[in-house]
Ligand binder design. Structure first.
Ligand SMILES: *Cc1c(COP(=O)(O)O)cnc(C)c1O
Length: 229
């Protein structure tokens, strides 16, 4: 399958899931996760109308951002971010989904260049409580969100999670439901207006959309399997 055909198939899955959930068409946006892919693959997706790309490795992403500087692309950083690389994300990306500690949020805000609009951020939540995954513990998100929302050069848009892999649709839904409930509680109790739930990947996007995902992050479904995964 070509990248163009694969994109069409993913868009069809999203549209079907929106209808199944009784949600308006177009309410879920698609982030093409292009980590480890060649610039030519991103160009193929661009030619097929895809303008939002997600990257996980800073140096690799900077090379692509430079190579595609003339294109109309919204760049999202979605990988674990070491503090010593926060400046590059603050300077070159539109979004960061993987804010998992206060210190990182403060650095991103301080390092966001004055001439750019604020960086759009999501707080990553370790929703399945896995020792191997980064993210705020659900119980810690509330306090962090209040402070992060007040940082001058960030806009706190919502929450992101990578739940433990499950094959069963209902189990997939249960983890996504917890993230949605957390977002709703933040909005109600902290007077925030978080509009983004970044959740759902190639294997579980239907369950995420059923629970209110506003942005799904899809890699292999568009570009094929990654070597080394
Ligand atoms: C790699 C990655 C994805 C894409 O996963 P696929 O299963 O290839 O769709 C989504 N989100 C994050 C944070 C990732 O690192």
């Amino acid at each position: 399958m070509s990248i163009e055909q694969a994109l069409a198939a993913i868009r069809a899955r999203i549209a079907k899931a929106e209808i199944a959930a009784g949600r308006p068409p177009g309410s879920v946006s698609l982030l093409a996760v292009s980590k480890t892919r060649e610039v030519a693959d991103l160009r193929a997706a661009l030619a097929a109308g895809q303008h939002r790309f997600g990257e996980s490795y800073v140096q690799e992403a900077l090379d692509k951002i430079a190579a595609l500087a003339e294109e109309d692309i919204e760049w999202h950083f979605i990988g674990p971010l070491q503090s010593n690389k926060s400046r590059q994300v603050a300077e070159h990306f539109h979004w960061c989904h993987s804010v998992d500690r206060l210190k990182l949020a403060r650095r991103l805000s301080a390092q966001r260049p004055a001439g750019l609009p604020p960086l759009q951020v999501c707080l990553q939540v370790n929703i399945s409580g896995e020792a191997s995954k980064s993210g705020f513990a659900p119980a810690a998100v509330c306090a962090a969100a209040a402070e992060i929302a007040s940082l001058p050069n960030l806009v706190l848009r919502g929450l992101m999670a990578i739940p433990a892999r499950e094959r069963d649709f209902h189990r997939q839904r249960a983890a996504f439901a917890r993230l949605r409930e957390l977002r709703d509680a933040l909005n109600a109790e902290r007077d925030l207006s978080l509009d983004t739930l970044s959740m759902g990947m190639t294997g579980d996007l239907e369950a995420a959309i059923a629970e209110g995902a506003t942005l799904v992050r899809v890699g292999t479904g568009i570009f094929g399997s990654r070597t080394g995964d």
